[in-house]
Write a protein that binds this ligand. Sequence first.
Ligand code: GDP
Ligand code: MG
Length: 174
Amino acid sequence: RSENPRPVRLVFLGAAGVGKSALIHRFLHDRFEHRYAPTVEELHLLELDTIRLEILDTSGSYSFPAMRELRIRHGDAFALVYAVDDPGSFEEVRRLRGEILELRGGKSAPITVVGNKAELTEAEGRELSAGDAMATVEREWEANFVEASARTGGNAVAVFRALLQQVDLPQRPS
Ligand code: GDP
Ligand code: MG
């Protein structure tokens, strides 16, 4: 039914185990499962209001660097996901941002950084504070920042709202 010229492509990138698949699943089905296939790349197609959406859930394990390049060139907006209990995953976000800027040129890109597993307290393993991450992401990188939890569902919708906010939505022909 959609007359949109082409779908809006949202690309999820980030270290293995941060919860990319869980976040997408939460948004699409409002459910949390404990395990997802870690190596499969999945493309979800849906229509939201009048917007055709493609959500690419990457696995990160590309056999060829060219594959990842292609994903980055084709994205309209990027969710760079880390987990609040995994400082290394934030460093991966930093690296991915650099790669996106390099490939696309320019000083900014439509990036939303997502701190997932936000329900974790320090006692439960949280190592990264929302404040520190937000300072880097919003002030230094001028990107969107959202903490979310696929487990509780908190802010799962906000992640997609932030992503779509960065996209020039295709106009339907009138
Ligand atoms: P992906 O490799 O980035 O796609 O990560 P997955 O979605 O497969 O999730 C990796 C692991 O993190 C799984 O064991 C999930 O159950 C767990 N996980 C995902 N989201 C959350 C969350 O919001 N909170 C907690 N505590 N665990 C989560
Ligand atoms: Mg996954």
